[in-house]
Design a protein around this ligand. Sequence first.
Ligand SMILES: [Mg+2]
Ligand SMILES: [Zn+2]
Length: 229
Amino acid sequence: MMRHSNLPDPQNRLVVFCDFDGTVSRRDIGYHFFHHFSGGKIQKLIPDWKAGVMSSREILTREAEMSTVHQEEVEPFLEQFEISPGFVDFVTLCEQNHVPVHIISDGLDIYITWLLKRYQLERLPVMSNTATLDSGRITLQFPFDNGACERCGNCKGERIRQYRQSHPGTNVVFVGDGMSDLCAIDEADILFAKKDLENYCQANNIDYVPYHHFPDVARWLLARGYLQK
Ligand SMILES: [Mg+2]
Ligand SMILES: [Zn+2]
């Protein structure tokens, strides 16, 4: 839990960074995407990734190799996925407060862009890995990977550090749910965590704010003066 004596000054500018899979999207689309299009073959890779034995760049590359997917199969598959409850209202609230909301994901642009568009949220800046499809094969690109982080394909910690350099004195809020968020922990001034990320924080004695969905995040930030109604 967040030690309330350590909270950053509400007078500072605020920026919100959100993980995508399982945070902005209700379910982990990346996982379901590769599980579906590999016919379940990727399942055996998951324990090594969660244990940190395999980097996310490595696991994504292996998952892509195990999968066959044609362009015309993508949209019908994605129809089943939804944005998390309250996320659209949360973005509106942030925009009314001139607080930018960024999505940083170690997943893939092909489903992120599609889901955001479906909810008229395509204006949100997205930093993610990218995928191209060609006759059933998926080719991945890692435009943000510079080899500095061994764990990530697109390192959330690095993205936040870069943002801070060009926006000094900003309070950074990070909202996440899983093991792809670990590098963001040290960089966030206010960390909202659930599921695997929450378990990790508890096991490692890290300050965080528990939440279920975005209305909880909004309420917490409103109650402490970081956002106004
Ligand atoms: Mg996630
Ligand atoms: Zn990293």
